[in-house]
Design a protein around this ligand. Structure first.
Ligand code: R5P
Length: 218
């Protein structure tokens, strides 16, 4: 089964968490694109969505779903998103598309975080995928030096400006054996807006699509 097909399978499986008449949180990326297509085909009537990026906002509006401001929504039942890596504890690396900060905000507002992935995203220990870190532009070089001191090799994702007007450093070769600790340590560097580790608040459910079908890890 192709990777695209696996993403579509995981996306269809996530529809089980969409309650008719509810407001849902929606992530960003190609797997989320497949989810939005599946949602349209399902005709489940949702009452609106909290979006994690401008790209997702456009896609959702395109299928007639209203975008709700998180400030007026309170907590929501479910957040549905993809990931770049997941480990056996449902901890994630996210941000390959640069949407990590808004994704983390919407995930935090949700009682249940459902993560859709294809088999290629499964790892024993996080860190093969370079860790995205969103930084305030004036702090780019300072934060990069601090990340080197933590053992990483940061590379500036030149040309990308996030939806929040910031920059992204992709950090290679960090030791992520203790991802909760590293998530907190990086968050403490002045100038860091957010990092792509979702370890303090992991996914509640991972839907992993492979050649044998969709595995539900919860
Ligand atoms: O910033 C992007 C997000 O964290 C995505 O959820 C992540 O990069 C996975 O993307 P995709 O579904 O395209 O593999």
């Amino acid at each position: 089964m192709s990777q695209l097909r696996q993403k579509q399978e995981a996306a269809r499986a996530a529809l089980e968490w969409v309650e008719p008449g509810s407001v849902i949180g929606v992530g960003t990326g190609s797997t989320v694109d497949a989810f939005i297509t599946a949602l349209e085909e399902s005709r489940i009537p949702v009452d609106g969505a909290i979006s994690s990026s401008e790209t997702t906002t456009q896609r959702l509006r395109g299928i007639g779903i209203d975008i709700v401001d998180l400030n007026y929504a309170g907590d929501i039942d479910v957040y549905i998103d993809g990931a770049d890596e997941f480990d056996p504890h449902r901890r994630l690396i996210k941000g390959g598309g640069g949407a990590l900060t808004r994704e983390k905000i919407v995930a935090e507002a949700a009682r249940t975080f459902v993560c859709m992935v294809d088999e290629s995203k499964r790892v024993g220990v996080l860190g093969a995928f370079p860790l995205p870190v969103e930084v305030i532009p004036m702090a780019r070089s300072l934060v990069a030096r601090k990340l080197v001191a933590l053992g990483g090799q940061p590379i500036w994702r030149e040309g990308l400006v996030t939806d929040n007007g910031n920059l992204v450093l992709d950090v290679h070769n960090l030791d992520l054996v203790d991802p909760v600790r590293m998530e907190r340590t990086i968050n403490d560097i002045p100038g860091v807006v957010c990092n792509g580790l979702f370890a303090i608040r992991p996914a509640n459910v991972v839907l992993c699509a492979g050649s044998g079908g969709v595995e539900r890890i919860s």
